[in-house]
Design a protein around this ligand. Structure first.
Ligand SMILES: NC(=O)c1ccc[n+]([C@@H]2O[C@H](COP(=O)([O-])OP(=O)(O)OC[C@H]3O[C@@H](n4cnc5c(N)ncnc54)[C@H](O)[C@@H]3O)[C@@H](O)[C@H]2O)c1
Length: 377
């Protein structure tokens, strides 16, 4: 028997996130700077609505930087984040003759970003891609961190890969056309970041939302700064735990970003993904996790109140009064993030400090009480 050890030196990767107003036109320059003169082609992946709104400056910038451009437009909505779309995209890549140093540019929300990123991850075993996110959720969350993938009919994000983008270009002006509910969903994810990882970020976010509510308009500068703070937060967590290690249960592990997702996913599942935007379901999920934390004696009632106020500032959430806590709790067992069949809860000790708790430590009556309280509110 001969034994050899293979030791890989994982390459150090870093990438730039650019945030500002009217920066769509600079995508070409940034892609060229990153890929150098040998890169010839760029393919923009988007959907019809977003491409009609924002495609032009991106195309012009890429052309001005001497790229040969193509585009592939997918349909609207989560169901297009599928293996069928993936097949179409990689087939198009090969028909176009995309090479190892050519660029995929994802222009759109998280659906486009996850799909385009995954196509870039698997085509030729990985080619460069750039995220140009146009929803609030994608700007503060999905475009940073390198998780890519598609859904299967039986569940979301079940097939995917870690593949970091080579650059992220965030044009905050694109949020002007975003429907109100999409904004609410994004604000909820911002509250989540603060709640689990940074009291200061939580305060910065709630101050912004309060000012926005009062004035109905907040200077764009404040928004750029806020989005930058959230990207920095997410990047910090990802840099410390890129692949969401199962061994980690500490406060800086990537898993803490799943706060609110356990009940959130269950709510989405029992309403067949038709009632909630994901971030809206996470809004309720955070309240439920907060309630559990309080009932366990981990979190002070005054801290839970801060969380409740913050979620209220995000905007109205869909009704839940007709839902039954039993069906939601039975949907928890099918959570993809469970380990050895057990749900791992992300709970709070205070705003800004999370704790990972094993599902065994939470009795069924406590769980029922927490979910009931949140549904009836
Ligand atoms: N990779 C990650 O780390 C990560 C993290 C969180 C979520 N996600 C994924 O992100 C997806 C959700 O992303 P999303 O919330 O951005 O949804 P989405 O991509 O479906 O976009 C929401 C809607 O907004 C429209 N839209 C996008 N930008 C617009 C604009 N500027 N103006 C007007 N309309 C616009 C889209 O056409 C779509 O109808 C889910 O599939 C989720 O799994 C991934």
């Amino acid at each position: 028997v001969r034994k050899l050890r293979v030791t890989l030196k994982s390459p150090v990767q870093d990438y730039r996130i650019t945030i500002g107003r009217t920066v769509l036109g600079s995508v070409g320059v940034q892609v060229r700077r990153e890929l150098g003169p040998s890169s010839r082609r760029a393919i923009i992946i988007s959907n019809r609505r977003v491409f009609a709104l924002y495609g032009e400056p991106v195309i012009e910038g890429l052309q001005a930087s001497a790229f040969v451009i193509s585009q592939a437009l997918i349909g609207e909505g989560e169901r297009f984040k599928s293996l069928t779309s993936l097949n179409r995209l990689v087939t198009t890549f090969s028909e176009l003759g995309l090479e190892r140093n050519d660029a995929v540019v994802a222009l759109g929300g998280g659906v486009v970003g996850d799909l385009a990123g995954f196509a870039a991850a698997v085509y030729l075993r990985g080619i460069p891609y750039f995220q140009v996110p146009t929803t609030l959720l994608a700007q503060i969350d999905s475009s940073v961190g390198g998780k890519t993938g598609v859904n299967l009919p039986v569940g979301k994000n079940l097939v995917g890969a870690f593949h970091q983008p080579r650059g992220v270009i965030i044009d905050t002006d694109t949020l002007a056309t975003l429907p109100a509910r999409e904004l609410t969903a994004g604000w909820c994810e911002m509250i989540k970041n603060g709640a689990v990882g940074s009291r200061q970020l939580f305060q910065q976010t709630t101050n912004f939302l309060r000012a926005r509510k009062q004035a109905a308009f907040v200077g764009a500068h404040g928004l750029d700064k806020l989005i930058a703070a959230h990207c920095a937060f997410k990047a910090g967590i990802v840099a410390g735990d890129e692949r969401e290690s199962l061994k980690r249960t500490d406060r800086a592990s990537r898993r803490i970003l799943n706060f609110g997702h356990t009940i959130g996913h269950a709510l989405e599942a029992v309403t067949r993904y038709r009632r909630f935007r994901h971030g809206e379901a996470v809004g309720y999920g955070m309240l439920a996790a907060g309630e559990i934390s309080k009932l366990l004696g981990l979190l002070k009632p005054s801290e839970l109140e801060l969380l409740r106020e913050a979620i209220e500032l995000c905007g109205p959430l869909p009704r839940t009064g007709d839902l039954n806590e039993r069906s939601i709790i039975s949907a928890l067992g099918r959570d993809k993030k469970s380990i050895a069949g057990k749900v791992q809860w992300i709970l709070l000790e205070r705003i800004g400090t999370a704790r990972i708790v094993d599902g065994n430590e939470i009795g069924p009556s406590l769980l029922h009480e927490a979910v009931r309280t949140v549904l009836k509110n």
